[in-house]
Design a protein around this ligand. Structure first.
Ligand code: NPG
Length: 369
Protein backbone atom coordinates (compact mmCIF):
# COMPACT_ATOMS: atom_id res chain seq x y z
CA UNK A 1 0.00 0.00 0.00
CA UNK A 2 1.19 3.53 -0.80
CA UNK A 3 0.19 6.53 1.30
CA UNK A 4 -1.38 9.35 -0.75
CA UNK A 5 -1.68 12.23 1.70
CA UNK A 6 -0.55 13.11 5.23
CA UNK A 7 -1.95 16.00 7.24
CA UNK A 8 -0.38 17.08 10.55
CA UNK A 9 -1.87 19.45 13.06
CA UNK A 10 -0.36 20.89 16.21
CA UNK A 11 -3.09 21.52 18.71
CA UNK A 12 -3.54 23.12 22.09
CA UNK A 13 -6.38 21.64 24.12
CA UNK A 14 -6.57 22.82 27.77
CA UNK A 15 -6.78 20.25 30.60
CA UNK A 16 -9.53 20.51 33.22
CA UNK A 17 -6.69 21.15 35.71
CA UNK A 18 -2.91 21.55 35.33
CA UNK A 19 -0.99 18.24 35.57
CA UNK A 20 2.01 18.38 37.94
CA UNK A 21 4.73 15.70 38.29
CA UNK A 22 8.15 15.60 39.96
CA UNK A 23 9.65 17.30 36.92
CA UNK A 24 7.09 19.37 35.02
CA UNK A 25 3.71 21.08 34.90
CA UNK A 26 1.46 21.13 31.81
CA UNK A 27 -1.69 23.18 31.29
CA UNK A 28 -3.01 21.35 28.26
CA UNK A 29 -2.34 18.94 25.41
CA UNK A 30 0.18 20.00 22.75
CA UNK A 31 -0.37 16.80 20.76
CA UNK A 32 0.22 16.41 17.04
CA UNK A 33 -2.88 14.99 15.36
CA UNK A 34 -2.27 12.96 12.19
CA UNK A 35 -4.68 12.28 9.32
CA UNK A 36 -3.60 9.90 6.54
CA UNK A 37 -5.30 8.95 3.28
CA UNK A 38 -4.41 5.77 1.38
CA UNK A 39 -6.43 3.45 -0.88
CA UNK A 40 -9.41 5.80 -0.47
CA UNK A 41 -9.40 5.24 3.31
CA UNK A 42 -9.00 8.00 5.92
CA UNK A 43 -7.33 7.22 9.26
CA UNK A 44 -6.42 9.25 12.34
CA UNK A 45 -3.68 9.09 14.97
CA UNK A 46 -1.94 11.18 17.61
CA UNK A 47 1.57 11.81 18.88
CA UNK A 48 0.93 12.85 22.52
CA UNK A 49 3.98 15.12 22.76
CA UNK A 50 4.24 17.79 25.43
CA UNK A 51 5.48 21.38 25.48
CA UNK A 52 8.81 20.48 27.13
CA UNK A 53 11.49 17.76 26.92
CA UNK A 54 11.08 16.90 30.62
CA UNK A 55 9.62 13.36 30.34
CA UNK A 56 11.90 12.30 27.49
CA UNK A 57 14.04 14.14 24.94
CA UNK A 58 11.20 15.21 22.64
CA UNK A 59 8.71 18.04 22.63
CA UNK A 60 5.91 19.16 20.32
CA UNK A 61 8.28 21.26 18.18
CA UNK A 62 11.01 18.64 17.73
CA UNK A 63 8.42 16.01 16.80
CA UNK A 64 6.84 18.43 14.30
CA UNK A 65 10.16 19.07 12.55
CA UNK A 66 11.26 15.41 12.53
CA UNK A 67 7.91 14.34 11.09
CA UNK A 68 8.01 16.96 8.31
CA UNK A 69 11.67 16.70 7.37
CA UNK A 70 12.15 12.92 7.64
CA UNK A 71 9.29 10.66 8.69
CA UNK A 72 6.52 11.84 6.37
CA UNK A 73 8.80 11.76 3.29
CA UNK A 74 9.90 8.22 4.29
CA UNK A 75 6.27 7.16 4.71
CA UNK A 76 5.29 8.62 1.32
CA UNK A 77 8.18 6.67 -0.28
CA UNK A 78 7.38 3.34 1.39
CA UNK A 79 5.41 0.44 -0.01
CA UNK A 80 3.74 -1.11 3.03
CA UNK A 81 2.34 -4.62 3.32
CA UNK A 82 1.09 -4.03 6.84
CA UNK A 83 1.46 -1.73 9.85
CA UNK A 84 4.52 -3.69 11.03
CA UNK A 85 6.39 -2.24 8.02
CA UNK A 86 6.16 1.35 9.31
CA UNK A 87 8.78 1.20 12.11
CA UNK A 88 11.41 -0.43 9.83
CA UNK A 89 10.72 2.30 7.22
CA UNK A 90 11.78 4.89 9.86
CA UNK A 91 14.88 2.97 10.94
CA UNK A 92 17.46 5.50 9.74
CA UNK A 93 16.01 8.11 12.12
CA UNK A 94 17.49 7.51 15.57
CA UNK A 95 15.19 7.82 18.58
CA UNK A 96 12.41 10.40 18.12
CA UNK A 97 9.93 7.68 19.06
CA UNK A 98 7.04 9.98 19.89
CA UNK A 99 7.34 11.64 16.48
CA UNK A 100 7.31 8.16 14.91
CA UNK A 101 4.36 6.85 16.90
CA UNK A 102 1.89 9.41 15.56
CA UNK A 103 2.38 8.13 12.03
CA UNK A 104 2.67 4.45 13.02
CA UNK A 105 -0.58 4.53 15.05
CA UNK A 106 -2.40 6.12 12.13
CA UNK A 107 -1.24 3.35 9.78
CA UNK A 108 -2.54 0.71 12.22
CA UNK A 109 -5.91 2.45 12.13
CA UNK A 110 -5.72 2.55 8.33
CA UNK A 111 -4.88 -1.14 7.92
CA UNK A 112 -7.52 -2.18 10.50
CA UNK A 113 -10.10 -0.12 8.60
CA UNK A 114 -9.05 -1.66 5.32
CA UNK A 115 -9.51 -5.12 6.88
CA UNK A 116 -12.94 -4.06 8.20
CA UNK A 117 -11.86 -4.91 11.76
CA UNK A 118 -11.62 -3.07 15.03
CA UNK A 119 -8.11 -1.99 16.01
CA UNK A 120 -8.36 -4.08 19.21
CA UNK A 121 -9.21 -7.22 17.25
CA UNK A 122 -6.55 -6.43 14.63
CA UNK A 123 -3.91 -6.12 17.39
CA UNK A 124 -4.92 -9.43 18.99
CA UNK A 125 -6.95 -7.98 21.88
CA UNK A 126 -9.00 -10.46 23.86
CA UNK A 127 -11.03 -8.33 26.27
CA UNK A 128 -14.22 -6.34 25.82
CA UNK A 129 -13.49 -4.04 28.79
CA UNK A 130 -10.20 -2.85 30.24
CA UNK A 131 -9.62 -1.95 33.92
CA UNK A 132 -8.48 1.63 34.44
CA UNK A 133 -7.37 3.93 37.22
CA UNK A 134 -6.43 7.57 37.58
CA UNK A 135 -3.06 9.28 37.98
CA UNK A 136 -3.13 12.07 40.56
CA UNK A 137 -0.59 14.85 40.10
CA UNK A 138 1.30 16.54 42.94
CA UNK A 139 -1.08 18.62 45.09
CA UNK A 140 -0.45 21.65 47.28
CA UNK A 141 -1.06 19.81 50.58
CA UNK A 142 -2.34 16.54 52.03
CA UNK A 143 -5.95 17.67 52.74
CA UNK A 144 -6.23 18.76 49.07
CA UNK A 145 -4.80 15.40 47.95
CA UNK A 146 -7.30 13.46 50.09
CA UNK A 147 -10.16 15.47 48.62
CA UNK A 148 -8.93 14.91 45.03
CA UNK A 149 -8.58 11.15 45.65
CA UNK A 150 -12.00 11.01 47.31
CA UNK A 151 -13.58 12.71 44.29
CA UNK A 152 -12.01 10.21 41.87
CA UNK A 153 -13.13 7.29 44.05
CA UNK A 154 -16.67 8.64 44.12
CA UNK A 155 -16.57 8.84 40.30
CA UNK A 156 -15.89 5.09 40.37
CA UNK A 157 -12.12 4.74 39.85
CA UNK A 158 -10.82 1.79 41.83
CA UNK A 159 -7.06 2.32 41.40
CA UNK A 160 -5.12 5.48 42.26
CA UNK A 161 -1.58 6.42 41.28
CA UNK A 162 0.15 9.20 43.21
CA UNK A 163 2.93 11.26 41.69
CA UNK A 164 5.78 11.53 44.20
CA UNK A 165 8.99 13.55 44.58
CA UNK A 166 11.43 14.25 47.44
CA UNK A 167 9.41 16.08 50.11
CA UNK A 168 6.13 14.68 48.73
CA UNK A 169 6.42 10.91 49.00
CA UNK A 170 6.13 8.96 52.28
CA UNK A 171 3.68 11.29 54.05
CA UNK A 172 1.10 11.73 51.27
CA UNK A 173 1.26 8.00 50.55
CA UNK A 174 0.77 7.19 54.23
CA UNK A 175 -2.18 9.60 54.44
CA UNK A 176 -3.97 8.01 51.45
CA UNK A 177 -3.24 4.47 52.68
CA UNK A 178 -4.51 5.21 56.21
CA UNK A 179 -7.73 6.70 54.87
CA UNK A 180 -8.36 3.86 52.34
CA UNK A 181 -6.67 0.68 53.67
CA UNK A 182 -7.89 -1.56 50.81
CA UNK A 183 -7.45 0.82 47.86
CA UNK A 184 -5.35 -0.34 44.88
CA UNK A 185 -2.59 2.26 45.24
CA UNK A 186 0.70 2.88 43.42
CA UNK A 187 3.26 5.69 43.13
CA UNK A 188 5.26 7.23 40.26
CA UNK A 189 8.53 9.14 40.74
CA UNK A 190 9.34 10.04 37.10
CA UNK A 191 13.10 9.48 37.54
CA UNK A 192 13.70 11.94 40.38
CA UNK A 193 15.60 9.71 42.89
CA UNK A 194 19.07 8.18 43.02
CA UNK A 195 20.29 4.77 44.13
CA UNK A 196 21.51 6.42 47.35
CA UNK A 197 17.82 7.07 48.19
CA UNK A 198 17.11 3.33 48.48
CA UNK A 199 16.58 3.36 52.26
CA UNK A 200 14.20 6.30 51.96
CA UNK A 201 12.22 4.59 49.19
CA UNK A 202 11.98 1.46 51.36
CA UNK A 203 9.90 3.56 53.78
CA UNK A 204 7.10 3.10 51.24
CA UNK A 205 7.20 -0.68 51.74
CA UNK A 206 4.67 -0.84 54.62
CA UNK A 207 1.94 0.75 52.45
CA UNK A 208 1.17 -2.36 50.43
CA UNK A 209 1.55 -0.59 47.09
CA UNK A 210 0.86 -2.29 43.77
CA UNK A 211 4.14 -0.86 42.53
CA UNK A 212 6.63 2.01 42.53
CA UNK A 213 7.22 3.37 39.06
CA UNK A 214 10.53 4.64 37.62
CA UNK A 215 12.28 5.92 40.75
CA UNK A 216 15.73 6.27 39.10
CA UNK A 217 17.12 7.89 35.95
CA UNK A 218 15.04 7.89 32.75
CA UNK A 219 17.74 5.95 30.88
CA UNK A 220 18.84 3.59 33.64
CA UNK A 221 18.32 -0.16 33.92
CA UNK A 222 21.41 -1.19 35.89
CA UNK A 223 20.81 0.82 39.08
CA UNK A 224 17.14 -0.20 39.09
CA UNK A 225 18.33 -3.83 39.27
CA UNK A 226 20.35 -2.91 42.36
CA UNK A 227 17.50 -0.92 43.90
CA UNK A 228 15.03 -3.77 43.36
CA UNK A 229 16.94 -5.98 45.81
CA UNK A 230 16.46 -3.30 48.50
CA UNK A 231 12.68 -2.83 48.14
CA UNK A 232 9.72 -5.04 48.95
CA UNK A 233 7.39 -2.89 46.84
CA UNK A 234 7.24 -4.26 43.27
CA UNK A 235 9.38 -2.13 40.94
CA UNK A 236 7.93 -0.97 37.62
CA UNK A 237 9.87 0.61 34.74
CA UNK A 238 8.38 3.26 32.43
CA UNK A 239 10.82 5.81 30.94
CA UNK A 240 13.71 3.28 30.66
CA UNK A 241 11.84 0.83 28.42
CA UNK A 242 11.85 2.40 24.96
CA UNK A 243 12.26 -0.72 22.80
CA UNK A 244 11.87 -4.51 22.90
CA UNK A 245 15.65 -4.73 23.48
CA UNK A 246 15.39 -2.50 26.56
CA UNK A 247 12.60 -4.75 27.88
CA UNK A 248 14.74 -7.83 27.30
CA UNK A 249 17.74 -6.23 29.07
CA UNK A 250 15.58 -5.19 32.05
CA UNK A 251 14.08 -8.68 32.32
CA UNK A 252 17.48 -10.41 32.04
CA UNK A 253 19.00 -8.08 34.66
CA UNK A 254 16.00 -8.54 37.03
CA UNK A 255 15.62 -4.76 37.01
CA UNK A 256 11.81 -4.76 37.32
CA UNK A 257 8.81 -6.80 38.44
CA UNK A 258 6.36 -5.01 36.17
CA UNK A 259 6.52 -2.94 32.94
CA UNK A 260 4.46 0.12 32.05
CA UNK A 261 3.74 0.09 28.30
CA UNK A 262 3.08 3.40 26.56
CA UNK A 263 3.13 2.79 22.81
CA UNK A 264 4.07 6.44 22.21
CA UNK A 265 7.21 6.16 24.36
CA UNK A 266 8.15 3.02 22.41
CA UNK A 267 7.56 4.53 18.96
CA UNK A 268 4.53 2.51 17.94
CA UNK A 269 2.12 -0.35 18.46
CA UNK A 270 4.23 -3.03 16.74
CA UNK A 271 7.10 -2.70 19.24
CA UNK A 272 4.64 -2.20 22.13
CA UNK A 273 3.07 -5.54 21.23
CA UNK A 274 6.52 -7.16 21.11
CA UNK A 275 7.25 -5.89 24.62
CA UNK A 276 3.86 -7.20 25.77
CA UNK A 277 4.71 -10.63 24.36
CA UNK A 278 8.26 -10.69 25.77
CA UNK A 279 7.02 -9.73 29.23
CA UNK A 280 4.24 -12.30 29.08
CA UNK A 281 6.72 -15.06 28.22
CA UNK A 282 8.89 -13.97 31.20
CA UNK A 283 5.95 -13.87 33.63
CA UNK A 284 6.19 -10.06 33.98
CA UNK A 285 2.79 -8.30 34.10
CA UNK A 286 2.34 -5.10 32.08
CA UNK A 287 -0.10 -2.23 32.34
CA UNK A 288 -0.95 0.63 30.02
CA UNK A 289 0.48 4.02 30.92
CA UNK A 290 -1.00 7.32 29.80
CA UNK A 291 0.26 10.58 28.32
CA UNK A 292 -2.97 12.55 28.83
CA UNK A 293 -3.94 11.69 25.27
CA UNK A 294 -6.88 13.25 23.45
CA UNK A 295 -9.78 11.00 22.53
CA UNK A 296 -7.87 9.76 19.46
CA UNK A 297 -4.84 8.50 21.40
CA UNK A 298 -7.14 7.25 24.14
CA UNK A 299 -9.00 4.95 21.72
CA UNK A 300 -5.66 3.57 20.51
CA UNK A 301 -4.55 2.98 24.12
CA UNK A 302 -7.77 1.16 24.98
CA UNK A 303 -7.37 -1.13 21.95
CA UNK A 304 -3.81 -2.07 22.97
CA UNK A 305 -4.79 -2.53 26.63
CA UNK A 306 -7.25 -5.25 25.55
CA UNK A 307 -4.30 -7.64 24.99
CA UNK A 308 -4.16 -10.43 27.59
CA UNK A 309 -1.02 -9.55 29.60
CA UNK A 310 -2.27 -6.05 30.49
CA UNK A 311 -3.20 -7.38 33.90
CA UNK A 312 -3.08 -4.24 36.05
CA UNK A 313 -5.38 -1.19 35.64
CA UNK A 314 -4.16 1.37 33.09
CA UNK A 315 -3.63 5.15 33.31
CA UNK A 316 -6.37 5.53 30.72
CA UNK A 317 -9.16 7.39 32.42
CA UNK A 318 -12.40 8.58 30.85
CA UNK A 319 -12.06 11.65 28.58
CA UNK A 320 -13.75 14.02 31.07
CA UNK A 321 -10.90 13.45 33.56
CA UNK A 322 -8.68 15.38 31.10
CA UNK A 323 -10.76 17.73 28.94
CA UNK A 324 -13.95 19.71 29.28
CA UNK A 325 -14.50 19.14 25.58
CA UNK A 326 -12.46 16.59 23.62
CA UNK A 327 -11.75 16.53 19.88
CA UNK A 328 -13.87 13.39 19.47
CA UNK A 329 -17.65 13.09 19.26
CA UNK A 330 -17.74 9.78 21.20
CA UNK A 331 -15.76 10.14 24.45
CA UNK A 332 -15.21 7.15 26.73
CA UNK A 333 -17.20 7.09 29.96
CA UNK A 334 -16.25 5.10 33.04
CA UNK A 335 -18.20 1.88 33.62
CA UNK A 336 -19.33 1.22 37.24
CA UNK A 337 -16.65 -1.51 37.55
CA UNK A 338 -13.80 0.98 36.83
CA UNK A 339 -13.37 -0.17 33.23
CA UNK A 340 -13.61 1.38 29.78
CA UNK A 341 -15.41 -0.50 27.02
CA UNK A 342 -13.21 -1.49 24.06
CA UNK A 343 -14.70 -0.08 20.82
CA UNK A 344 -15.96 -2.85 18.51
CA UNK A 345 -16.49 -0.75 15.35
CA UNK A 346 -14.02 -0.45 12.48
CA UNK A 347 -10.55 0.99 13.26
CA UNK A 348 -9.82 2.54 16.66
CA UNK A 349 -13.37 3.84 16.79
CA UNK A 350 -12.76 7.49 17.76
CA UNK A 351 -15.02 9.78 15.72
CA UNK A 352 -13.12 13.03 15.21
CA UNK A 353 -15.08 16.26 15.81
CA UNK A 354 -13.45 18.07 12.89
CA UNK A 355 -15.11 21.44 13.55
CA UNK A 356 -13.78 21.51 17.11
CA UNK A 357 -10.41 20.15 15.95
CA UNK A 358 -10.21 23.18 13.60
CA UNK A 359 -10.83 25.47 16.58
CA UNK A 360 -7.96 24.03 18.64
CA UNK A 361 -5.47 23.70 15.76
CA UNK A 362 -2.41 25.94 16.15
CA UNK A 363 -0.63 24.95 12.93
CA UNK A 364 -1.43 22.69 9.98
CA UNK A 365 0.82 21.05 7.36
CA UNK A 366 0.03 18.77 4.42
CA UNK A 367 2.22 16.54 2.22
CA UNK A 368 1.08 14.54 -0.81
CA UNK A 369 2.66 11.87 -2.96
O1 NPG B 1 -3.83 9.64 32.83
O2 NPG B 1 -2.75 9.87 30.95
C1 NPG B 1 -2.83 9.94 32.19
C2 NPG B 1 -1.63 10.42 32.96
C3 NPG B 1 -0.79 9.30 33.44
O3 NPG B 1 0.80 10.00 35.04
C4 NPG B 1 0.56 9.81 33.88
N1 NPG B 1 1.42 10.04 32.91
O4 NPG B 1 4.80 9.84 33.84
O5 NPG B 1 3.35 8.33 33.39
C5 NPG B 1 3.68 9.51 33.47
C6 NPG B 1 2.70 10.60 33.12
C7 NPG B 1 3.04 11.40 31.89
C8 NPG B 1 2.17 12.37 31.48
C9 NPG B 1 4.18 11.22 31.19
C10 NPG B 1 2.43 13.16 30.36
C11 NPG B 1 4.45 12.00 30.07
C12 NPG B 1 3.58 12.96 29.67
Amino acid sequence: MRVDRVELRRIFLPYVAPFITSGWREEGSHAIIVRIEADGIVAWGEAPVGANPFYNEENCKTAWVIQQDYLVPMLLEADLNGPEDVTPAFKRVRGNRMAKCGLEFTMWDLFARRAGRSLADYLGGTRARVPVGVSVGIQKDIPTLLKVVEDYLSEGYSRIKLKIKPGWDVEPTRAVRERWPDLMLQVDANSIYELADAAHLAELDPFNLLLIEQPLAHDDIFDHARLKTQLRTPLCLDESIVSPDHARWAIDLHACDIINIKPSRIGGLADAKRIHDLAQAAGIPVWHGGMLETGIGRAINVALASLPNFSLPGDISANDRYFQRDIVANPFTLNPDSTLTVPQGIGHGAVVDEAFLDEVTVERWVAER
